[in-house]
Design a protein around this ligand. Structure first.
Ligand SMILES: [Zn+2]
Ligand SMILES: [Zn+2]
Length: 448
């Protein structure tokens, strides 16, 4: 029996004016055109009665369509996500598969991908597909993949893979070592000793060179994510673009110049003096550099605004799929707590509401300067007003927010000697703790 017409829509585009045809597989879904049915198939295959069995490549294709890192365990196992050690690897891998499977890009079919994997030819076929197109159109994920293809070698045991990861890291250290002009015949132990003997902030720089030369950039849970400006990026693509700027820069300056600029908060000047462009908003006629990146790099590594730590805290939790209340891994640091109201939370419900507010804020991605505006509102003690007036948010829980969005600002002038508005001394201790994490990463200690 036909359904009530008004409730019937094309399952793909939502069209309800055209005559719709029913999917013959399940007799349940309706489509306005053959095209719409085809487009919807990566999703609908899970609800239909497909004539073949569903494979992990279908789960991957669904994840690609939804732009989400897959959570189906066997799919993660089959397509390399389970082997990701550093949290930047999964988003990069997803980016690679989007390029590969998206019908508007390489358009490889899930069934084909599945066959490659069974044949053990996944890596070589991915290379063949990407190398068919001109180098300039391959995007940033493919070069990254070339450095990280061991993630897809399904024939290895976990131990073999860990050994390979270790030697991969050692090689990466060696590459960075000779890149900065050190003698190429040094032993692995010698390089390791040297890098450990570096003062903290120079070690920052060396770790970053190692990452860049591996085609990677700092992940959200490292100190470098903030101090090198990745926190100022809105999208994964923006992080790739910033990474590319750095890759160009390190080819134009010496390691000493880079370290000097980093430790004296003058990386922007170094970029400019070497004629290397930093990302900017093309529609912005005034600023030669994205204002948020400019803000971060002009403060790094000692004086970064607490709004960037807030963003790190929120994004870290999102990336790791943690509950708003669960602070077992990453606490809101003293500066975030005091500046952004977490210290006012008396119950898990309070925490959930506050976390949700900031999560929404950073998710909206409504223009690069938003975090700086939030910071401004924070140091003026106007957080509640900012969220209720400036953003015109409809806050159901206004009363609760009014109680939570309170901080000690503006500080009476002159401020206490060890506190600059929104940047507290605690940040320095916290930075040290985070550098230790970066070191662990660069020594190849897995987090899984
Ligand atoms: Zn349609
Ligand atoms: Zn169907």
């Amino acid at each position: 029996m036909p359904l009530d017409p008004p409730s019937r829509r094309c399952a793909s585009c939502g069209e309800n004016d055209l005559p719709l045809k029913r999917c013959t597989g399940c007799n349940k879904a309706w489509y306005c055109s053959r095209e719409c049915q085809k487009v919807d198939w990566v999703r609908h295959i899970f609800d239909c009665n497909p004539s073949r069995s569903i494979t992990t490549a279908d789960y991957l294709a669904l994840a690609v369509r939804e732009n989400l890192i897959p959570d189906h365990p066997q799919t993660c196992e089959d397509y390399g996500f389970a082997r990701a050690i550093d949290s930047s690897q999964s988003p990069n891998l997803l980016g690679l598969y989007i390029g590969l499977l998206d019908p508007d890009r390489l358009g490889v079919k899930p069934l084909t991908l599945h066959r490659w994997r069974l044949e053990g030819t996944l890596v070589e076929n991915i290379k063949r597909e990407f190398e068919r197109i001109p180098k300039a159109s391959r995007g940033g994920y493919y070069p990254w993949f070339l450095q990280n293809q061991y993630l897809l070698d399904g024939t290895q045991t976990k131990q073999e893979w860990q050994e390979q990861f270790q030697s991969h890291m050692e090689e990466a250290f060696r590459r960075a070592w000779s890149f900065i002009g050190k003698p190429p015949d040094a032993s692995g132990a010698e390089i390791h000793r040297w890098s450990k003997s570096l003062p903290q902030y120079l070690h920052h720089c060396f770790s970053f060179y190692v990452m860049l030369l591996m085609g990677q950039h700092p992940s959200v849970d490292t100190a470098l994510w903030i101090t090198l400006g990745f926190c100022a990026c809105e999208w994964q693509e923006d992080e790739m673009e910033l990474s590319l700027s750095y890759s160009n820069l390190i080819r134009c300056c010496t390691f000493d110049e880079f370290c000097d600029a980093y430790t004296s908060s003058s990386l922007v000047d170094l970029f400019q003096s070497k004629g290397v462009d930093l990302p900017k908003d093309p529609s912005d006629k005034i600023n030669p550099v994205d204002p948020c990146i400019f803000d971060v790099l002009s403060g790094s590594p000692y004086r970064n605004k607490s709004v960037w730590r807030l963003k790190q805290y929120i994004e870290h939790k999102i990336v790791n799929g943690e509950d708003a209340e669960d602070d077992s891994i990453m606490h809101p640091t003293p500066s975030i707590s005091a500046d952004y109201g977490f210290h006012r939370c008396g119950s898990p419900e309070d925490r959930r509401l506050l976390f949700g507010l900031y999560k929404e804020f950073f998710k909206q991605k409504r223009g690069q300067v938003k975090p700086l505006q939030l910071h401004q509102a924070c140091v003026q003690g106007r957080l509640f007003a900012y969220f209720t007036e400036d953003l015109q948010m409809r806050l159901k829980q206004k009363k609760v927010y009014k109680r939570l969005l309170v901080n000690p600002y503006p500080l009476p002038a002159p401020g206490p000697s060890n506190a600059v508005a929104g940047i507290t001394l605690a940040d320095k201790e916290e930075a040290t703790a985070q550098v230790l994490k970066t070191l662990q990463w660069s020594q190849g200690v897995g987090r899984r």
